[in-house]
Design a protein around this ligand. Structure first.
Ligand code: URA
Length: 220
């Protein structure tokens, strides 16, 4: 557990200034992902939006509120899971990810998955589903079906943002969250890790950067 958190933390420090694609030019913050480094359940979304870009955290806008509510509906919270995205930087005007951006960024996600080693990955929407299942099939035919890859269970579900455009979609998501609960089984939850802070002799700007980082890392 400690090991996974340390590994994830050094990976964060290694990649957080990434300039491998043009998305770095418009980003406010690199959105690594957050949650429990030893989570049994991992969610993979598409890419940071405006709020995520500003805060450096995944799913903190309106779609994030829906995700929180859905987690709550099965008695879980985001400290127990790990939440990441296919892309770590916000595409301009929230446009769809481009294939070359996905190909550039996907190794970061794969490394996170290898480290966290979750039992279940729940892919949110088309982009993460196609990447994790290595398929070009659409989400409509895949959602709610259970797949197995590398010893893990993969459950594609609709992206929570779909509810913002079509409120009736919440029912399908609620049903799919019950499915997650079934897959994980009851009483199968990982403890959130304690937060570590190091605030020794730093100057103000170093400290500001560290504060940003610890917010991103706070839940590891
Ligand atoms: N949508 C995503 O796919 N990811 C986020 O982090 C926020 C919204």
């Amino acid at each position: 557990m400690e090991d996974k958190r340390e590994k994830l933390k050094s990976f964060f420090y290694k990649i957080k200034e990434c300039q491998e694609c043009e998305l770095h030019e418009g980003r406010t913050r690199f959105v690594f992902g957050s949650g429990n480094a030893a989570a049994e359940l991992m969610f993979v979304g598409e890419a940071p939006g405006k709020n995520e870009d500003l805060q450096g955290l995944p799913f903190v806008g309106r779609a994030g509120k829906i995700l929180d509510d859905l987690l709550g509906s099965i008695g879980m919270n985001r400290k127990e899971v790990f939440i990441a995205n296919v892309l770590k930087c916000r595409p301009p005007d929230n446009r769809d990810p481009k294939i070359d951006e996905i190909n550039t960024c996907k190794e970061y996600l794969f490394e996170q998955i290898n480290t966290i080693d979750p039992l279940v990955i729940c892919t949110l929407g088309k982009y993460s589903t196609q990447l994790i299942l290595d398929t070009s099939h659409g989400i409509t035919g895949l959602r709610g079906k259970v797949f197995h890859r590398d010893g893990r269970t993969i459950l594609p579900i609709n992206h929570p943002a779909a509810v913002l455009y079509n409120p009736s979609r919440i029912e399908i998501l609620q049903k799919d969250f019950l499915r997650i609960k079934d897959i994980l089984g009851s009483g199968n939850k990982a403890e959130p890790a304690p937060v570590e802070t190091h605030e020794d002799e730093e100057n103000d700007s170093e400290k500001d950067n560290k504060d940003d980082d610890s917010r991103q890392l706070g839940l590891f």
